[in-house]
Design a protein around this ligand. Structure first.
Ligand SMILES: [Zn+2]
Ligand SMILES: [Zn+2]
Length: 280
């Protein structure tokens, strides 16, 4: 099996499939919701999805955009929708125009530029909220939220007729509960955690840690707009996430090595919450 085939990882009813290896490829998909966070080079597991959330324009995250668009045309699928940092829309549109010229084919696609703190509705019960990240180029992170309406506590136990009567009298019966299910950072320095409270409360947080041990320093990581594991460890106590999934680790660490570094460095009380994404 080739590495590009991807790997699966699940937590409760949240299922993911993809790869993430620093500088080489990053795309994590949620097939049941037909969405991808980044697209790497456009691997087979991305080609039938509908919504693509691009964190930034580096090739290991975004090179697959033209290929996915062309594959959708070839297999008569509806045009895909790509969300990306606003400043990336113009250059990506130029790239698509050049491919159209080379291939003598006019492609259909939607590029939507996003800034931080934007809401993107996906369905009645799901939406994406963007958050600010700090990389060497314009970048954005994404959180998948679930929306649920819940009858307010004081109305619990009432019969149907009473509820109907209350509604007709104009009473607000339900509270809307928004739960951050999954946050995906893309490439970033650690500071994004200072401004995005909901990210720290996400059920699952995909967090980049490009460097894991002292073969590279914290400063090395920061110079390239990345995060070092040593910066994450002191912040674990502030994260309410049920799972923190490390992505984007450098190719200098094998899976086994990365896992053993995590096991050695992460304090025991957090060990069951921190995992390495298995697809590299
Ligand atoms: Zn990257
Ligand atoms: Zn990058």
């Amino acid at each position: 099996m080739s590495v590009e085939a991807g790997a699966a990882w699940s937590y409760q009813d949240l299922n993911f499939f993809g790869n993430s290896l620093s500088g080489i490829r990053t795309s994590i998909t949620m097939p049941e919701h037909s969405l991808a966070f980044d697209v790497a080079q456009g691997f087979p597991y991305t080609l039938n999805l509908k919504h693509f959330f691009i964190t930034h324009g580096h090739l290991d995250h975004a090179a697959g955009i033209p290929y996915i668009i062309s594959q959708k045309a070839m297999t008569s699928q509806l045009p895909a929708r790509f969300y990306m940092p606003a400043s990336l829309v113009e250059p990506m549109t130029k790239i698509m125009k050049i491919w159209a010229e080379i291939e003598k084919h006019e492609y259909q696609y939607y590029f939507q530029g996003v800034l931080s703190d934007e809401i993107i509705p996906l369905s009645r019960s799901l939406f994406i909220k963007t958050f600010k990240t700090h990389h060497r180029v314009d970048s954005i992170g994404y959180t998948l939220f679930q929306k649920k309406t819940k009858l307010q506590a004081q109305y619990l136990g009432l019969g149907r007729n009473e509820i109907v009567a209350l509604r007709q009298s104009g009473a607000v019966l339900h509270n809307e509960i928004e739960t951050p299910l999954v946050s995906f950072t893309g490439d970033t320095q650690i500071e994004f955690l200072d401004t995005c409270d909901w990210v720290k409360k996400s059920k699952v947080l995909f967090l980049e840690a490009t460097y894991l041990d002292d073969r590279r320093t914290i400063q090395n990581a920061r110079d390239w707009g990345h995060t070092h594991l040593d910066e994450i460890i002191p912040r674990l106590k502030d994260l309410e996430c049920e799972k923190i999934v490390i992505i984007h680790a450098s190719s200098r660490y094998s899976n086994a090595e990365a896992q053993s570094i995590l096991k050695k460095k992460i304090p025991a009380e957090f060990l069951d919450r921190v995992e390495l994404f298995p697809g590299r």
